[in-house]
Design a protein around this ligand. Structure first.
Ligand SMILES: [Zn+2]
Length: 448
């Protein structure tokens, strides 16, 4: 069996929590069944060069207004042709005879988990609750130094299981942080790269070299330099002041490494006090000095933004927006409310992810970013048709079928064939009701 595609057994196991009672779309078969149905060549998932057509696909076409308010989403039924991993044609015409009938399912851009640790998880292994924490982040570093050698032994297998969980929730792409420190050296990275290679037909990823144990608190700098040449896309970081005891020294190292190797930056920042604010301000000034970093620099969590008064929040949101620094926010965040709507108002790119699914940091991850969009809609009161439809952008990390004016902007011929088929009448319903994801297509490959 092709390991990159979910088998029926794996899918049912992965999705059993949230998709109890999920039914299959007729004509869409799991990889293990497909091998027994050689006649269905139109769905040859092992070759993205093959083409197929879906019929009775529901697409959003516009908004219905009443007194200036969006009260409903208009949809239509279309045929969608897929070839060479791309959407070739969207039409209302009569499809050819062997088109696959998806029976009015809603097609949405596939989901993207933009902050997760695929390399470091208990998922697929035995259950363990989080232990009582002592010694703050440095206590957690000491704990990791103790448990990582054991966790690394089957980290490729667990990453593959975790990817299957994400796929079952409609996610086809992740930005994964990967531990780089003297305990794991580059093993966590290499194990994850192997898992991603095994899954590449159904899942894409970009990687962040993550110095979880500090750049200088442990002697991680040489390993980061090595990782920068070993296939990562971003240079990461964690609380420079708390862990390394210095903001500028750590940030300068991180920024220079990113510049030298043409990488992006994505730094975990949990610090909420003065050091947190200083770190944000320092990063903004450095990105403005080095405009090549604009649009590829991110702060993950950035809890300090939730602690500022409103005027300072506005000021920081405006500066982050101008420097094109994005915020990756997990949702929810304990008792803290992040100013996500304000960030969005200032054109700050806000994305979300599961971060932990089940590990020594947290055990509440569902694997669904649609659930994160739902939580955000609840937290910020985006409960109208329009508000709910906009929150879908947190699950897709950007693309939406309709723009703010209700103009159809997705899918278009030439777009990557990365989409989900959802049992919902529109985006707003999918976000509000956490509608079941019935199928995931990644680069023209039917994952399930
Ligand atoms: Zn994280």
């Amino acid at each position: 069996m092709n390991r990159s595609i979910l088998s029926r057994k794996e899918f049912i196991r992965n999705s059993a929590w949230a998709l109890a009672g999920a039914t299959l779309i007729p004509g869409m078969l799991f990889a293990d069944e497909r091998e027994e149905h050689a006649g269905l060549n139109s769905l040859n998932v092992n070759n993205t060069g093959k083409s197929f057509t879906l019929k009775n696909v529901r697409l959003e076409t516009g908004f219905d207004y009443e007194d200036g308010d969006v009260v409903a989403t208009k949809t239509g039924i279309f045929s969608v042709e897929i070839a060479n991993g791309k959407i070739k044609k969207v039409s209302t015409g009569q499809p050819h005879a062997d088109a696959i009938d998806v029976k009015g399912m809603l097609m949405l851009p596939s989901f993207r988990d933009m902050h997760i640790h695929l390399d470091k998880t208990f998922y697929g292994d035995k259950w363990q609750a989080v232990r009582r924490r002592t010694g703050g982040v440095k206590g957690m570093i000491a704990l990791e130094q103790e448990i990582l050698p054991e966790m690394l032994k089957n980290s490729t297998y667990k990453a593959e299981k975790l990817i299957e969980l994400l796929q079952s929730k409609g996610t086809s792409f992740a930005r994964s942080h990967v531990n780089i420190e003297p305990t794991s050296k580059l093993d966590s990275l290499r194990h994850l790269q192997k898992a991603l290679d095994n899954k590449k037909k159904g899942f894409g990823a970009e990687l962040v070299a993550f110095p979880q144990h500090g750049v200088f608190y442990t002697n991680t700098a040489p390993y980061l330099k090595e990782a920068a040449q070993a296939g990562v896309d971003f240079i990461g970081g964690v609380d420079p002041f708390t862990v390394d005891g210095a903001i500028e020294k750590t940030m300068d190292f991180t920024i220079q490494l990113a510049l030298d190797h043409h990488k992006g930056i994505d730094i975990h920042l949990h610090e909420t006090g003065e050091s947190g604010l200083k770190t944000v301000e320092y990063l903004i000034s450095k990105v403005n000095e080095n405009p090549v970093l604009k649009g590829k620099t991110y702060l993950s969590h950035c809890f300090v933004l939730g602690k500022l008064d409103q005027a300072k929040q506005e000021e920081m949101a405006e500066k982050l927006g101008a420097a094109q620094i994005g915020i990756n926010s997990t949702i929810p965040f304990g008792g803290l409310i992040m100013p996500i709507p304000m960030l969005m108002k200032h054109q700050v790119k806000v994305m979300t992810g599961n971060d932990s699914i089940v590990d020594h940091w947290n055990t509440f991850g569902t694997g669904s970013v649609l659930y994160k969009a739902n939580m955000a809609a609840q937290l910020y009161g985006h409960n109208t048709e329009f508000g709910l439809s906009r929150m879908l952008g947190l699950a897709t990390a950007g693309p939406l079928p309709l723009d703010d004016k209700g103009q159809q902007q997705w899918p278009k011929a030439g777009d990557a064939a990365d989409f989900v088929l959802v049992d919902a009448s529109c985006s707003a319903e999918a976000v509000s009701r956490l509608s079941p994801v019935k199928s995931l297509i990644y680069q023209g490959t039917v994952v399930f």
